[in-house]
Design a protein around this ligand. Sequence first.
Ligand SMILES: C[S@@+](CC[C@H](N)C(=O)[O-])C[C@H]1O[C@@H](n2cnc3c(N)ncnc32)[C@H](O)[C@@H]1O
Length: 423
Amino acid sequence: MIFTTPANPVKYLDPSWDFRQADTKTFTHCFHTYPAMMIPQVAARLIATYGSPATTLFDPYCGTGTSLVEGNLHHLDAIGTDLNPLARLIAQAKTTPLHLPALDACLKDFADEMFAAMFDIRRVNVAVPTIENLDYWFDKPIQEKLAYLKNFIDQLTDPAIANFFKVAFSETVRACSWTRNSEFKMFRMTAEQIKKFQPDVFGVMQSKLARNRRGLQAFMEQRRDHVSARVYDFNTVKGIPSEIIPPQSIDLVVTSPPYGDSKTTVAYGQFSRLSNEWLGLASARQIDRQLMGGDAAKEIKDFDCAVLNQAIAEIATKDDPRAKEVVAFYEDYRHSIAHVAPVVKAGGVVCYVVGNRRVKGVPLPTDEITQKFFEPHGFAHIETIIRHIPNKRMPSRNSPTNVVGAQDSTMCYEYIVVLRKNL
Ligand SMILES: C[S@@+](CC[C@H](N)C(=O)[O-])C[C@H]1O[C@@H](n2cnc3c(N)ncnc32)[C@H](O)[C@@H]1O
C-alpha cells in the first residue's frame, strides 16, 4: 500500500477520479498528442468543484492547453504559459475560435491542391528546409511532400487558420518520420520497420485536419463568446510579468507541472524537436535545458521541507550528481510556486496535479512538497485526491532506476493537491 487514508482523511484514493472509460479526445482535446497530458475530465471536475464563482483560470505549465480549453468550456477566461513553442502553438489553436466558412474554404483549397500534387509533386518547386539530421529521420520523398505542405501553410494569410493547419502538420511530421511513434523520446525505427514504412503524407494530413475541424466545431458550439484564452511564454521560475497577470487577479490555478527535469523524466523538447524544426519555431534543441531543473545545481542544499531534505540526502549517498539534479528541479519548482502564489486572489484555489517519482529507488513525495512550498505563502491544504492512471504511457527507456524498461509503480498514480489562499 502506498498511502493510508484513515490517518489523513484529506489525502485519499478515489476511483471516481480515474475516468477509466472516458473519451479524452472530445472538443479540441483531439488536436495533438503530447507527453503527460492532463486528462480533460480531471480539469473539468476541478473547475466544477472549485471554480465557483471564478472568472479567471491560470495554468503556469499549460502544455497543450487542456485546462485552458476546459476553463473556456466552463465559461472562464484562461491564461497559460509554457516554454515549449510547440505546446504554445497547440494551446493557442485549441482555444481559438475560427470563422468556419473561411476555414472550410482553406480546407477545400488544400484538398484541391493535394489532389493536383498527387499527380505532379514538382508542379511547385519547393525547397526542403535545412534541418539537422533530416535524412536520418525522413525518407527523401517524404521530405518533399512535407515541404510541399509547409509551403501551402506559409501561403495562408489568416494567422489563426495557419495555426490550425500547423498543428495538423506537426502531427503529420511525426507520423511520417522514422521515429518510433510509441515513444516520446526520439528513437529510430528498426531497418526492418523502415523498409515497410510508406506513409501517405497528404492522406495523414487530411485526416488530421478533418478530425480537428470536428473538434473545433464542438468546442465553438459550447464555448461562450465572452471568454478569452491567452497563451504566453514567460517562465514562472523567473517571475510573472505584472502587466500580464497582476497580483491577486487569479481565482483558480489548474495545472500539471513536469514530474522532474526533462533529461531524466519526460523529454518535452525531444518529443517536439522535429515539429519545432519543420515549423521554424525557436531554438528547438535548447528546450529541455530551459525547462524546470534543466541546469543541474552546483551543490546540495537544504529546503524548508523535511521529507525533501531526507530524500535528497539519501539519493546523495547513492549518486551525488543525481541528487544535484533533484535539487535543481525542486529549487526551480519552489521559485515557480513563490511567483504563482501572489497572483492568486485571497480565497482563490490552486490545484496541482503531480506525480511522485523515485530517483535511485528513493521516493520523492511531490504532493507533500507542493503543499509545503505553498504554505509559507498563506495557503491552507484542502485535500489531496489520489487517482489511478489507467493506461499510463510512460517513456520505457526513462526509468527511475535508469534500468531500461523498469517502471515505477508510484507513477501509476497522480496526486491532485488542492490548496486555498487564506482570506
Ligand atoms: C505535464 S506538462 C503539461 C501538460 C498539459 N497539462 C497538457 O495537458 O498538455 C508540463 C509542461 O511544463 C512545461 N514547462 C517545464 N518547465 C517550465 C517552465 N519553467 N515554465 C513554463 N513551462 C514549463 C513543459 O514544456 C511542459 O509542456
